[in-house]
Ligand binder design. Structure first.
Ligand code: DON
Length: 561
């Protein structure tokens, strides 16, 4: 096997201006904080908190607001996970991941020769799971919120009805998706103005979405799952080769799960369990790293990076071979996180003398189609939510005149044995499509505790890169002493075993570090920036709350008071 160092010519030819944040300082506050990818959504969260709502009320309001002002990623047509730490010490996860339709089956995306039909898992009605967001948000509100549905949905309805100002960042993406919008009359009517993409600063009014949200606000999730919304989605699905039925919607359920928990150098890490791989994979990496001699404050040393990348290798291997929806398969979580198992793997990493990359290269097309937000209220309740429609603008279909995109989460399943999905994951039969099953996710909304006190609230979009992004952010804080803004903005790297190459953001490695890694046998590949951490950190001494928005999402904001 050749030890070639694959580095594109652009690796050292980046423009620093594009890579450096405006400021390395987080926003500080005394009482509460909301951090999202869109300032208008952060404002909605803060307004709810100031009006007396708790973190759960704010999380539900922000969830709906992002569905309006972040149409690529915020959603009511997808699903996700809400992790809650209550001030009384309890923690819970609301699993509102979408489910495969009842008529779905293992071979639904394969042709008669057993080959994947190109594009079939990433666009169109067949690629969509039954969305969980509306029931997830409503369940959180009715169980743990204090405000009415109408109160928390009002800001989103207003933003849809009266419009929001399109940003420079929005226009870049809208321009790329203009051909897709043009191909559907109902999407074009919303996202194009006389057939052309919106200019920065123009008002984007979403009347259809406002009407859908109003119906949900008035009639509750039944409007979505049993009433006219389900009816219209099913009608559109059936008219366009989909398999969704009214029964899929009537039977859709969310569940509360016990979070995944692990320790890292005295901190408790709380994250989400299967059907997301996020928490297990993050905790497996941390457990391996805890046994390895990482040098403090030396995040750029090739030796540290070697240990971290090897931890990613083992944890991703286990992710891809061992995990799936726990309602269908057995997940050996206890074993994967046991001391015995993780110390064995750490020992293997310590004994590694030669890195032998496999010749397996696949291009990654990073898209931003998921979104994470973090909230803490005045009482100390903390909420971390990551939710997704998977591909940018999901399955690229808006049912009828409902005004929202459906997801293409079916691509997260193991669709064709041995073949990669859009995130280059090759997964096992545990993640095969089955009727009513949830596809394995990488979403990792996470809360770090210091004894009984919240220390960090964080998460990110990025498919499998979510997990390594959360890992590096918390290592940057805990091991490297960075403030939360620096920890987020510091350039990242990612490794998932296949393809056998370390993806590297501009400026992540110095020339010497890259050279040392090459000499160890690693291959590196330069990539444009990815993921977007929206996080909170609480100073354990003076209790100042710090919030930080990722510079990679210039429209985001940490707002506190
Ligand atoms: O659940 C998952 O793992 C994926 N559907 C997440 C997709 C994602 O984060 C895309 N964002 N860049």
């Amino acid at each position: 096997m050749k030890n070639t160092w694959i580095v594109s010519a652009s690796f050292f030819l980046f423009t620093p201006a594009a890579c450096v944040a405006d400021t390395a300082l987080p926003v500080s506050a005394k009482h509460a904080m909301v951090v999202t990818e869109k300032r208008a959504a952060s404002q909605v969260g803060i307004d709810i908190l100031k009006a007396g709502g708790n973190a759960i009320d704010a999380a539900v309001a922000v969830g709906y607001a992002l569905a309006v002002v972040n149409p690529c990623c915020g959603n009511i047509g997808g699903g996700g996970f809400m992790l809650v730490h209550f001030a009384n010490g309890k923690n819970t996860v609301i699993n509102f991941r979408g489910k495969a339709p009842l008529k779905a089956n293992k071979n639904m995306f394969l042709d008669t020769n057993g080959k994947l039909k190109p594009g079939s898992t990433t666009s169109g009605y067949l690629s969509a799971s039954i969305p969980g967001t509306v029931l997830g948000l409503d369940t959180a509100l009715s169980k743990y919120g204090s405000m009415s549905r109408k109160q928390v949905m009002a800001p989103a309805i207003k933003l849809a009805q009266q419009g929001y100002r399109v940003s420079d960042y929005d226009t870049e993406w809208f321009a790329i998706y203009t051909p897709a919008f043009r191909s559907q009359r109902n999407a074009a009517a919303i996202f194009l103005k006389k057939g052309k993409p919106y200019d920065s600063g123009e008002l984007l009014i979403q009347t259809d979405l406002a009407n859908t949200l109003k119906l949900i606000a008035e009639k509750g999730p039944d409007a979505f799952y049993k009433g006219s919304i389900a009816q219209q989605i099913v009608k559109s699905s059936q008219a366009h080769g989909g398999i969704m039925t009214r029964q899929d919607f009537a039977q859709y359920s969310v569940e509360e799960l016990t979070p995944i928990w692990c320790q890292y150098h005295g901190y408790s890490v709380i994250s989400v369990p299967p059907p997301s791989s996020g928490g297990v994979t993050l905790c497996e990496m941390l457990s391996l790293l805890q046994n390895l001699p990482l040098q403090d404050n030396n995040y750029q040393s090739a030796k540290n990076i070697h240990y971290i990348v090897e931890s990613m290798r083992y944890a991703f291997y286990d992710r891809n071979t061992q995990l799936g929806d726990p309602n269908f398969v057995n997940n050996p979580v206890k074993k994967l996180l046991s001391n015995q198992y993780t110390s064995q793997l750490s020992q293997r990493i310590l004994n590694t003398t030669e890195i032998k990359p496999e010749d397996l290269m696949v291009d990654i097309h990073e898209q931003t189609d998921t979104t994470h937000y973090s909230i803490i209220d005045t009482k100390g309740n903390a909420v971390a939510v990551t939710y997704t429609i998977n591909g940018f603008f999901g399955a690229n279909v808006i049912p009828d005149h409902l005004g929202f995109f459906l997801n293409d989460d079916m691509d997260d399943f193991t669709v064709s044995p041995g073949q990669t999905n859009k995130f280059n994951l090759i997964q096992s039969s545990k993640n095969h499509i089955e009727s009513g099953k949830r596809p394995l996710s990488s979403m990792a909304p996470t809360i770090i505790m210091n004894n009984k006190n919240v220390f960090m609230v964080l998460g990110s979009p990025g498919g499998p890169r979510i997990i390594t992004t959360v890992l590096l952010t918390l290592l940057n804080v805990i091991d490297n002493g960075m403030n939360i803004k620096q920890a987020i903005d510091t350039p990242r790297y990612h490794y998932q075993g296949i393809p056998d190459v370390i993806d590297v953001e501009p400026l992540a490695f110095s020339y010497l570090t890259a050279l040392n890694l090459k000499m160890m046998g690693y291959r590196l590949r330069s990539q444009p920036t990815w993921a977007a951490v929206e996080a909170i950190l609480i100073d354990q001494k003076d209790k100042t709350i710090y919030g930080a928005n990722d510079y990679r999402r210039p429209d985001g904001a940490a707002l506190g008071y």
